[in-house]
Design a protein around this ligand. Structure first.
Ligand SMILES: [Fe+2]
Length: 237
């Protein structure tokens, strides 16, 4: 699990993955296609569906992970199966300017949700510390000012999409993207590495918050795992 998380943090997890290949070396000897046939997999949550209550309810988490994310993984596998893209890492796929819409939407969906689950944890929230806090304060003025920008980006993203805190070059930037796009994509308006993201598709909040997206955004701050955000920030920097 730790190895998988580490690989995920580097953006390498997805298809086949090193994990599968290392575990099936013997199989590779007799089946040269095994590397290409490895599939992207739905990662397990590291906490229970109800662990983020009352901020995010159990039913939303269950449907979001087991149905929505699972569908992105299944459709991504179907989109790359038998093509030249089979066997490429998720990061390779997302940064490729020529990927088709099925790979873009479902690959983005797989990456974004994998990240999203890891950025949340029960009993978290609060404020960041260390180098990340220093960077947020120097960039936005204060943590409160950062929250205003991030919440505004999430609230004003029209339709379905995501809001991000991105390490772009040597800067921290708040941005948002439509659909399942993300800052890793070649044509992203703010290109870089996302270290925090919030899903503002209605499927992320509608059961509990109905049309009150701002209430869901406010609640999200209670479950942000800032240690995980800081870890990713430190890796990028
Ligand atoms: Fe989602």
């Amino acid at each position: 699990m730790e190895r998988r998380k580490f690989i995920s943090a580097l953006g390498l997890i997805t298809a086949s993955g090193a994990i599968t290949n290392l575990n099936s070396m013997t199989n590779n000897i007799t089946n040269k296609r095994s590397n290409k046939m490895a599939k992207f997999e739905l990662p397990a949550l590291s906490y229970a569906f109800d662990a983020l209550e009352p901020h995010i309810d159990a039913k939303t988490m269950e449907i979001h992970h087991d149905k929505h994310h699972a569908a992105y993984v299944a459709k991504l596998n179907a989109a790359v199966e038998g093509s030249d893209l089979e066997g490429k890492s998720l990061l390779e796929l997302l940064s490729d300017a020529s990927i088709n819409s099925a790979v873009r939407n479902n690959g983005g969906g797989h990456y974004n949700h994998t990240l999203f689950w890891e950025l949340m944890a029960p009993g978290k929230g609060g404020e960041p510390s260390g180098a990340l806090a220093d960077a947020i304060n120097s960039t936005f003025g204060s943590f409160g000012d950062f929250k205003k920008q991030f919440s505004n980006a999430a609230a004003t993203r029209f339709g379905s999409g995501w809001a991000w805190l991105v390490v772009s070059g040597d800067k921290l930037v708040v941005s948002s993207t439509p659909n399942q796009d993300n800052p890793l994509m070649a044509d992203a308006a703010v290109k870089g590495t996302p270290v925090l993201g919030i899903d503002v598709w209605e499927h992320a909040y509608y059961l509990n918050y109905q049309n009150r997206r701002p209430d869901y955004i406010d609640a999200f701050y209670n479950v942000i795992n800032w240690d995980e955000v800081a870890k990713r920030f430190d890796q990028v920097k």
